[in-house]
Design a protein around this ligand. Structure first.
Ligand code: UDH
Ligand code: NGS
Length: 351
């Protein structure tokens, strides 16, 4: 008896095509997922970031032996909870001071934030900075100076911070810039460092090579040598370019972290009232280098109205006399013009 040979179970040809199509889709998805995880920074991933979403929710554990992607996945931006943040940073001492308990930090750093009417942005930044800086094991303090004239507030933050603690270096930090990478070390630089090189607003590219705005870091010695920031920029624009010129004039170089590390998100905002562009800012920049020798930290004048050690930062509220500052500058410039000639007539005192 011969047993009937059963026909091989060959699917109809359209079934085979469908199966091939599915296999191809799965292979493509897995490849794209693999490539994005290993190459694309967190915030640029779009559809295929499901693993990161699960990771963020604690539902996905990575195999410990697996090589991590370029930007470790923990480095997602922190969103401050709506509850009172005082309870959230138990190791932060009054005035926004922190030092690691397990070691002696090599870097004593003051973060200086110029501030006016940006409560939500400040809350967001403080939450992110305290989370980041403690993990960088820095001995740090956060100083928020308020009123307005950005550069002058940075000088004031510096001057008050050194009265409080023996800081070695200073990070001058706009309130609307949120660091996006743990490797952005807020430590003391060997040369003045422009930290916020890659900002989302500029598509993570440097808008121009001399830019020094946003977030910058200098040691105490560097800051004193360049005579701090200029005090004459009442309004928006140019004070950071002026600082760049001071740095160069004093023989320093500006350094930056690589662009894939020096990444910040800028919190969107419109122009603030009372901080309009300074019409004469380009003119002010003409003799920035020479002016740095007689105007800046050395001529800083202000009055403290209120200084308070809050939980997450030290609050410095000051009074600034713009008329007096501009009159001082006029006198100094005239003196220098008599001594050195018309090369000093760069400034225009009109705002
Ligand atoms: N700042 C305040 N309050 C103000 C103005 C400025 O806190 O009223 C501080 C704050 O730290 C800010 C920094 O100064 O991050 C720089 O000021 P800015 O944010 O106004 O300057 P930026 O160059 O923006 O970031 C300019 C306005 C852009 C308007 C774009 C509209 N599409
Ligand atoms: C320049 C300003 C800088 C400023 C930079 C970026 O034009 O102060 O734009 O500004 N210089 C002058 O105006 C001379 S931003 O687009 O971030 O608002 O930092």
């Amino acid at each position: 008896m011969t047993t009937p040979v059963s026909e091989p179970n060959i699917p109809p040809s359209n079934h085979r095509h469908i199966m091939k199509f599915f296999v191809l889709c799965i292979v493509t998805l897995v490849s794209i997922e693999f490539i994005t995880v290993n190459t694309v920074p967190n915030e640029s991933r779009t559809i295929l970031n499901f693993r990161h979403k699960l990771f963020a929710k604690g539902m996905w554990m990575y195999d410990k032996k697996k090589t991590l992607p370029w930007v470790p996945l923990q480095l997602i931006e922190f969103h401050p909870p709506s509850t009172n943040s005082k309870k959230l940073f138990p190791d932060v001492e009054a005035g926004g001071r922190f030092r690691p308990s397990e070691c002696v930090s090599r870097h004593r750093v003051a973060i200086v934030i110029p501030y006016r009417n940006r409560e939500e942005q400040l809350r967001n930044l403080l939450y992110n900075l305290h989370s980041l800086l403690a993990r960088q094991q820095l001995d740090y303090g956060i100083y928020v100076s308020t009123r307005f004239n950005r550069a002058m507030l940075l000088n004031i933050g510096y001057s008050e911070a050194i009265k409080i603690y023996d800081y070695q270096c200073f990070i001058f930090h706009d309130v609307d810039l949120i660091p996006q990478d743990d490797r952005l070390l807020y430590n003391c630089p060997t040369q003045p460092r422009h930290m916020s090189a890659a900002v989302d607003k500029f598509k993570y590219k440097l808008p121009y090579p001399e830019i020094f705005g946003g977030v910058s870091a200098l040691t105490k010695d560097q800051f004193v040598k360049v005579n701090g920031f200029s005090n004459i920029f009442f309004g928006w624009g140019g004070e950071d370019d002026d600082m760049y010129k001071r740095i160069k004039h004093n023989g320093y170089d500006v350094k930056r972290y690589p662009m894939n590390i020096a990444r910040y998100r800028m919190i969107k905002h419109s122009r603030d009232k009372g901080n309009e562009p300074i019409p004469q800012r380009m003119n002010n920049l003409k003799n920035a280098a020479k002016r740095s020798e007689y105007e800046g930290l050395s001529t800083l004048k202000y009055k403290i109205l209120h200084l308070e050690q809050k939980k997450l930062y030290t609050w410095i509220h000051v009074a600034i006399n713009e008329t007096e500052i501009m009159a001082d500058l006029r006198n100094k410039t005239e003196m220098n013009t008599k001594r050195f000639g018309t090369a000093f007539r760069g400034e225009s005192f009109v705002r």
